[in-house]
Design a protein around this ligand. Sequence first.
Ligand code: KIV
Length: 284
Amino acid sequence: MEGKKITVQDILTMKGKRKITMLTAYDYPLASLIDKAGIDMILVGDSLANVVLGLDSTTKVGMTEMIHHAKAVTRAVKHALVVGDMPYDSYQVLPTGKQVTSDESVKNARRFIEEAKCDVVKLEWFDRCLEVTEQIIKAGIAVMGHIGLTPQTADKIGGFKVQGKDAEAAQRLIEQSVQLEKLGCFSIVLECVPDKIAEMITKKIKIPTIGIGAGVNCDGQVLVTHDLLGLFERFTPKFVKKYINLSPLITKAIEEYRDEVIRGKFPAAEHSFGIKEEELKKLR
Ligand code: KIV
């Protein structure tokens, strides 16, 4: 797969053959590093709100910010499939409280593809999810579903909690996944779902499941890159593995810089530009 741009078809074909990898990115430098590392899909997630913009809810990030950051990511990516995460105000509810219509949702999905050059979009499950997803797919845009813990509507599902913990709730998740597959979604994120339920869903549907807090038996995994790198210190969910803790390393480097500037140790001669002595003499 290396070297060539990954397509939706490639992702579908990977099911059952090898695990699919996905990470979030919101800017050019990290997107470039993630792409070079050979990750299959890069999600420009609305987690941008929490991990980059310092907001307390993903519902507070809108189309303007998402398109701006998605453009930076797609400028960097040559290989991975780029997933534009549709923000709350693009297909659910506007800041005025008005519902976003299906037509407006399709227009917003199209902006991710045409303006920001994303390859596909992702939508979280909500009460009108099927109707909106159907319209976007009919408009020729590939959609990744997202069920289980859906942060944009966390207040309606009992908060930031594992979903599908009893038979009835698990059955609802299974039905949602089947409905999204029937509509033509090319994959589904399962967030905070018991591992056995995620495994049942993964076996039941033909499209790949991408887990986050959903155990090892999904077809693929996604993490928020800032969590994996130790760049987000406000809280660490149970499902996160920090592969490196960059925050203290960055703080140490910045403290060293501060100290060297104050002591006149930086910039040294090798960081400075000279002028010929004869030119200086003319000034004197
Ligand atoms: O926005 C995001 O980062 C996400 C992932 C948690 C799947 O939706």
